[in-house]
Design a protein around this ligand. Structure first.
Ligand SMILES: Cc1cc2nc3c(=O)[nH]c(=O)nc-3n(C[C@H](O)[C@H](O)[C@H](O)COP(=O)(O)OP(=O)(O)OC[C@H]3O[C@@H](n4cnc5c(N)ncnc54)[C@H](O)[C@@H]3O)c2cc1C
Length: 417
């Protein structure tokens, strides 16, 4: 029995599992195992919708259901075995993966655990700022924002409530845009003057979205200004104290809520011997997405271990976009199904050739912008994003379930606007 183990049921992992299942559904001697620490697959690009939902308009479980799908739903009727557990270690020499009490043997291993925050280097950030990268982070932000406004409700002077978003990249910008919308509702519900709730993006470089083009950055800056979001550039944060952000020039800025949407150190899966990692905490791979490891014979590529998605750094010629996009992760997962199937026949696969995906970013309500698009920013790119999401869920769940999910999202998400 040939066992293909995929660790991480995100975009790369699910796409790899589904593409492999299509190839081997009628083969009795191939087993596909998908391992994840959660029992759901999450559409991370929509996390801002969770963070910016209002508790009376959408319950925590409704918002969770709107952006996640149970893995049991995905594998229903498919020849994929799901195991829930958090991978602790890979032994590439014995070909074993450990997750708690589970020890899983593999013949081919796909590592697609994405980026998981290990630590944030800025002093005080981990304790006094709200991280923003997972579903639980988004739910925590939602609670904190609502709490801040409720806590100041009875303040006779109605002081300014200040929310800082650290990092003007895709995550920070999408969050700020949607937050400005939902705060209209939260302020109205709590009889708090909306103009007294401020959102400020604090960015260390001279512009927003430094990974995207200047025209996109400028259009987004205009959009945010129109939504009343403030921006502060060239602001290097040296320390975060409770309710206080300290800048390199010594300036201290008081905030009621501080959200960390900037860089972090990410967890690298532990190997019995080392693996080569770049300065962005990604595992270095070759053009077949095989992991570059260090074993008793020195540095070499592990033939049977692959990395895909935002965990993986493939060679220069694979890097089409500096930002990590979900479509790239999906593309890499699908490639691996092809590459592994070739290797199983002792044939060399063609090297991975990434497609040139462009980022699409939603900034408040139904306004989106797509890099190099013929469409003006606004509803057009928003609908394109919606369509690509629908096509993705159609692949994963089938047409009707995808349609139901998108309609449900429409109902829940539009309550924030
Ligand atoms: C807040 C936020 C907003 C984003 N917005 C956008 C956007 O608008 N557009 C865009 O293109 N991209 C966006 N991204 C990036 C996008 O989400 C990633 O590029 C994509 O998720 C990468 O896919 P992946 O398969 O590598 O990892 P993920 O989708 O992150 O999946 C990783 C999976 O591994 C599992 N896992 C982790 N560790 C373990 C372990 N030890 N054991 C078992 N399972 C484990 C996790 O539970 C998860 O299911 C955003 C990311 C974030 C965090």
């Amino acid at each position: 029995m040939i066992k293909i183990v995929i660790v991480g049921a995100g975009f790369a992992g699910v796409s790899a599992a589904l593409a492999l299942e299509k190839k081997y559904k009628n083969k009795k001697n191939v087993e596909i195992v998908l391992l994840d620490k959660h029992n759901y697959h999450i559409f991370t690009p929509d996390l801002f919708e969770v963070a910016c939902s209002e508790e009376e308009l959408a319950s925590a479980s409704q918002v969770k259901q709107s952006i996640s799908v149970l893995i049991a739903e995905i594998i229903k009727g498919r020849k994929i075995k799901f195991l829930q557990g958090e991978m602790a270690k890979v032994d590439a020499e014995q070909k074993l993966v450990t997750a708690g009490r589970l020890v899983i043997r593999y013949d081919y291993l796909v590592l697609s655990v994405g980026k998981q925050i290990d630590s944030i280097e800025t002093p005080g950030a981990e304790t006094h700022a709200l991280a923003y990268s997972s579903l639980s982070d988004a739910l925590r932000i939602r609670n904190q924002i609502e709490f801040e406004v409720q806590a100041h409700k009875s303040d006779v002077f109605k002081k300014n409530i200040r929310i800082a978003i650290i990092g003007g990249g895709c995550r920070g910008v999408a969050l700020a845009g949607e937050l400005s919308k939902v705060l209209n509702i939260i302020a109205w519900k709590n009889l708090y003057p909306r103009e007294k709730i401020e959102i400020e993006i604090i960015e260390s470089s001279h512009r927003l979205l430094s990974e995207l083009s200047e025209p996109v950055s400028e259009a987004v800056l205009d959009r945010l200004a129109g939504l009343g979001v403030k921006t502060r550039f060239l602001a290097q944060i040296t320390k975060i104290d409770p309710g206080m952000v300290e800048l390199k020039d010594g300036e201290k800025i008081a905030h009621d809520a501080i959200i960390w949407a900037a860089g972090s150190r990410n967890k690298i899966p532990a190997f019995s011997r080392g693996v080569m990692v770049n300065n962005k905490d990604q595992i270095i791979t070759n053009e077949y997405l095989q992991v570059r490891g260090l074993d008793s014979r020195g540095a070499r590529y592990f033939d049977h271990v692959f990395a895909a998605g935002s965990l993986a750094a493939c060679p220069q010629n694979c890097q089409v976009s500096p930002s990590s996009l979900w479509r790239q992760a999906q593309d890499q997962g699908e490639y691996l199904a092809y590459a592994i199937s070739r290797m199983m026949l002792n044939r060399r696969p063609a090297p991975f050739q990434p497609k040139n995906f462009k980022a699409t970013l939603t900034v408040g309500g139904k306004w989106a912008i797509k890099e190099n698009s013929l469409f003006e920013p606004g509803l057009g790119p928003y609908l394109i994003r919606l369509m690509s999401k629908f096509l993705y869920f159609s692949d994963v769940l089938g047409f009707w379930k995808a349609m139901r999910l998108i309609l449900f999202q429409g109902k829940i998400f539009s309550r924030n606007d």
